[in-house]
Each structure stands twice: as structure tokens, then as C-alpha cells.
Design a binder for this molecule. Sequence first.
Ligand code: SF4
Length: 213
Amino acid sequence: MLRVTEIFRSIQGESTHAGRPCTFVRLTGCPMRCVWCDSEYTFSGGEYISIENVMDQVRAFGCDLVEVTGGEPLAQREALALIERLCSANYEVLVETGGYFSTELVDPRAKIILDVKCPHSGEEGRNHWPILERLRSDRDEVKFVIADREDWDYARTIIERYELTKRARILISPAWGTIDLKDLAEWVSSSGIDVRMQLQLHKYIWGPEARGV
Ligand code: SF4
């Protein structure tokens, strides 16, 4: 059984897959408390449903792309079995994870989108650095959510220290409502680093508070 907050079809709003039709399986619960978290509603509640039930709902939505997200999906051990089932059913599977749990046991066919927590998140101290060793440059992505200049400088330091541009695609995402997008665009464009600034497409379409879209 998995504790699930919602399953819905939308478009992928972030990552290099942005704009694609996607079914989201949003699992309940997260041990972290990022100050800018936009999915606090996943911290509690949810409904226990079987993997078979999740597979049925995913199948009904008819998207080839499926994202397993949260909350923190890897906080539930059963998520590993769900990811394996989805991969075996030939879905293209994205796993969005907060960088706290090891990805070692995640089905290697899934694509990891890994958050590195910057100082402004309040959870910088929980980054689990060995995860970066497991990244695969042909499929995985690393996301930095940037709320201010200190976060951007931190992201640059981590990218250089771990040579992340050789290990994964790098996403630079503004924390909603915290930073002038033009400032971030200038920092990114003048950095000379091979990163991708991205906006949260779904929030521009449906608004920052919308759920299940
Ligand atoms: S890891 Fe994700 S779900 Fe958990 S508090 Fe941070 S932003 Fe929210």
C-alpha cells in the first residue's frame, strides 16, 4: 500500500520535460520543511491505496510520461515497487526527490530529478552528497531552487565542486515570489555555466495555489 495525496494528469511544469503531457502520482509525507515549499498539503492526510490501484489510475489517464513526486516519494519504501512497476509497464518515469534519501534502490530505468537544497530553503544541512555520485548524465537532472543571491552563489559552488554539469542536466528555478526573474536571468546568462533557467509553467497557467493540475 502507498499513501497517496493525489493522482492527476497535467503538463509537466518543470525540468527538461516541461510542456509534455504527464500523469503525476503525488505521495504523502516529507521529512523536510523547506521554507518556500509549495506542497505543504502533502505533509499529512492522503489515502492508502494499493499499487495495483495506482497503476489502474495511471493507465486511465493515458500519458506515456509519469512523474512520481511528493512530498518526498522516497520516504515511502513501497514507492520503489511502484517505480519498478511503472518502468516495467513501459512508462517513461520521472522521480522527483529532495536529495535526502538515497536513490540507490530506485529502478535504474527511472529518471531522477534531484533537488539540492540551497541555504534559503532552511534545509541545506540535509543534502545527502553521496547521491550526486549516482547521477547519470544521459537522463538525470539536478534542480536548485533559488530565492536570493546567496542561493545562486551556493548553487555555483556546488556545481563546480561536484562537476555537476558532467553528471546531469542542471535546472535553475526561482522560488516563487521571492526573486526578480530578470536578476536571476542575468546571473545565469553571465555565468558561462551550462545550466537551464526554468519557470514553473503550471503556476503561470493555473496560479501558484492550484492543486491537481
Ligand atoms: S522536500 Fe519538497 S515537499 Fe519536502 S518540504 Fe521541501 S519542497 Fe516541500
